[in-house]
Structure formats: C-alpha cells, structure tokens
Design a protein around this ligand. Sequence first.
Ligand SMILES: C[S@@+](CC[C@H](N)C(=O)[O-])C[C@H]1O[C@@H](n2cnc3c(N)ncnc32)[C@H](O)[C@@H]1O
Length: 205
Amino acid sequence: MALPVSLERQRQWESKYHTGETGWDRGQPSPALRQWLADGLVPQGRVLVPGCGNGYEVLELTRAGHSVTAVDIAASPVMRLMGELASQGQHAKVIQTDLFQWTPAEPFDAVYEQTCLCALEPALWPDYVSLLCNWLLPGGKLFALFMQTGREGGPPYHSPIERMREIFHEDDWLWPETESVRVDHPTGLHELAYVLTRRGGAGEV
Ligand SMILES: C[S@@+](CC[C@H](N)C(=O)[O-])C[C@H]1O[C@@H](n2cnc3c(N)ncnc32)[C@H](O)[C@@H]1O
C-alpha cells in the first residue's frame, strides 16, 4: 500500500539523514547569512527557516537576536537542532512537519531560504513560492540562495535564474537591481544569493 505523500516525503528525507547522504550540510552557517547579518540586512523580528536541516543558520540567527521559527519534515535534524539550541542556551520554535501541510499563526518579517526549494521537485516550485509569499508580511524579505548545479536531475535541482524570475514573478516580488553574489559550497556546487522583497509593503513605488 502506498504511503500518503507527506509520510513518503518524511521517510525519504529521514533516510538521507540516517545514511549520511547529506552533502548539502556545511557543518556551519552559510557565509551568505553571516554577511547579510553583518550588513544589518536581516530585519529584526520574526524569521522563518523552511527546510532548516541541522539548522546552523537557525542558531546564527538566534545568536543575533532574531525570533526564529524553523521547520523540517525529518525528525533527526529537528531533534539535533533542539539539542544544540538547548546546549547553547538559545531559543527557537522548531517544528517537524511537511511545509505543504503547514500554516503559521502569523506571517514573518523575513524568510531564509537555503536549499529547500532546490530539494523539492521542480513541479512543486510554483506552490512552494505561493507558500513563501503567504508566509511573508507585505514588504518582508526573502533571503534566497538559488542552487546552481548545471546538471539534470536532483535533488538538488538546478535553479536557473531565468526560471526563478518566472516563479518569483515581478508582480509579487521585487528583485534587487544589484548583481547576485556567488556562494561556493564545499561540494563544488555554488548558489546565487539574492534578497527579494515581497511586494505590497508601505511606501512601495
Ligand atoms: C537540502 S536539505 C537543506 C537543509 C538546510 N537548509 C541546509 O542548507 O543545510 C533540504 C531540507 O529540506 C527538508 N524538506 C524537504 N522537503 C520538505 C517538506 N516538504 N517540508 C519540510 N521540510 C522539507 C529536508 O528534510 C532537508 O532537511
């Protein structure tokens, strides 16, 4: 008998953590987040980290004083992150659930999207982008790291910027005028870092 979609996804991701197929895991916070924090670009307030994995960035954000909600479908990284938070005397709301089944009580000031989108089947991307839009307040910031693999298949799935501009459509998202920043990964892959703004904020022209 086939498992319901959510349980099947949970089983697949949990299995990757059990077998150590976690090539995406840097073992430390992304330099992109560190730079955004150092530049004061992450708004003080509520930050969501979807598909947080082991959550090094969650810890970095809490240490910087942000109120963080972290979500992942797999139990192992969620438990590990909860333990790390406790041992470091930090607090975050950590939720184990399928993002496609989850509605937060209120929207966020910022979302930190690191290799969650590229972990999803591209057919799910438009639905995921709608969720990101709903999770953010008007004027909220999306800190996005778009994975560049340059190859077919996945995960991680190649996330070409032309396709990102289609799904994060100008009607809903303000793209920066500045060039993206390249963020190298120990695997040899790299991401392109962008800060997008959810349209509809006060004072928008
Ligand atoms: C490629 S990993 C990235 C983890 C982390 N962001 C990082 O960069 O180290 C993708 C993460 O998304 C989680 N994930 C995948 N599909 C999900 C879903 N539908 N709902 C919640 N989490 C999901 C996986 O369990 C996994 O931890």
